[in-house]
Design a binder for this molecule. Structure first.
Ligand code: COA
Ligand code: MG
Length: 325
């Protein structure tokens, strides 16, 4: 291990994050009674310009009056390139009391974006005497965001998590798709004839940004969260997408419809089979170490100290889910 340690961040369950447009006030109570770990009340892209003011009033009222139970509550503010952004932060934070936990910053591009929001948040926290420190969720959804990822995170120590925004990212790098997530038959390869019949292998066109996010984000101790899957009538597609990002290191996914909440909770709760395997590794390595061995064999495969670290991560996340859900 490096001598430099990874910073610790507030611990939250983030398997599912249900989005609710701030303008659709009748959905708030439904979201509050859902199984989502986090609810994100949106002021940005799901709210039309003429509804922005009313959406903000709805959110402030909900934060004052609605019982969200033990859920973590976030708001997604408008981007720094709009005139809504500063008032989103100030109005909500000055008028909503202590219930808000997180602010989601869209289209994070440079560290100064995050620094600027931190400055606003810090001033309001100070003015209203807030006891609970607001954390930040960053949406990585532009070419600039991916390019500057490492430095963006250092814009504020409030940053807790990175979220991948499929549609904006696709638009930003000019991917030829209009789907929100999903696969594409053109992102595939036709095998040659050397093995007989030629077949098409579909590839994952989102692999690079998500992989970059898990690698860089974990260096800063952040939660990495997979973004939306727009086709809410396709539970199989949602699960398939969620499983692959879980394998890459994400610990949750957005839900843009209530039907996706339980799917996300299911995928991002570690499967019993993996937990059992992790327990077996820890037990086998304990025995090996007691007998003075650094490596051992389990089910015909090598295990060593790195296997212990892998297994410990699985057990840590499992315990977190058991105690917090
Ligand atoms: N939160 C809570 N409840 C929701 C919900 C949400 N985001 N979306 C839908 N519901 C409720 C509906 O009110 C309905 O409730 P009912 O059975 O009591 O009538 C039920 O879930 C089924 O909804 P359905 O009719 O299938 O969907 P819809 O056509 O009403 O809405 C969307 C579909 C996609 C427009 C809606 O789910 C939505 O606005 N999602 C959030 C989009 C968003 O925030 N995007 C930004 C991030 S990408
Ligand atoms: Mg977006």
């Amino acid at each position: 291990m490096s001598f430099t340690s990874i910073p610790t961040k507030p611990i939250r369950l983030n398997r599912s994050e249900l989005f609710v447009p701030g303008s659709k006030v009748d959905l708030f109570a439904k979201a509050a009674s859902s199984n989502a770990d986090i609810i994100c009340l949106d002021l940005e892209d799901a709210v039309a310009p003429q509804d922005k003011d009313q959406a903000k009033k709805n959110i402030i009222q909900a934060l004052q009056e609605l019982d969200f139970g033990k859920k973590t509550i976030s708001i997604r503010i408008n981007g720094l390139d709009t005139h809504y952004c500063y008032r989103d932060v100030i109005d909500v934070m000055e008028n909503s009391g202590e219930r808000l936990d997180l602010i989601m910053i869209p289209k994070a591009g440079v560290p100064h974006d995050i620094y600027a929001i931190d400055m606003l948040v810090s001033q309001v926290e100070n003015k209203v005497g807030r006891k609970k420190k607001i954390g930040f969720e960053l949406i990585v959804e532009t070419s600039m965001g991916i390019t500057n990822l490492d430095s963006i995170i250092s814009g504020s120590d409030r940053v807790e998590s990175l979220h991948f925004g499929y549609a904006d990212y696709a638009a930003s790098v000019r991917m030829r798709t209009t789907n929100i997530g999903g696969s594409n038959s053109d992102y595939s390869i036709l095998t040659d004839e050397s093995n007989g019949e030629r077949v098409i292998h579909w590839n994952d066109m989102w692999h690079y940004p998500i992989s970059k996010m898990t690698t860089i984000g974990r260096t800063h101790g952040l939660r990495i969260i997979d973004g939306p899957y727009g086709d809410f009538s396709d539970p199989d597609g949602f699960k398939s997408h969620a499983k692959r990002t879980a394998i890459l290191g994400c610990e949750g996914k957005w839900a843009i419809h209530p039907s996706q909440v339980d799917l996300a909770n299911e995928v991002f709760t570690l499967p019993e089979k993996e937990v059992k395997k992790a327990e077996n590794i820890l037990e086998a390595m304990k025995k090996a170490q007691e007998s003075g061995a650094g490596a051992a064999t389990l089910d015909g495969k090598l295990i060593d100290a790195a296997s212990v670290r892998q297994a410990e991560q699985i057990m840590k996340q499992t315990k977190l889910i058991e105690t917090m859900s």
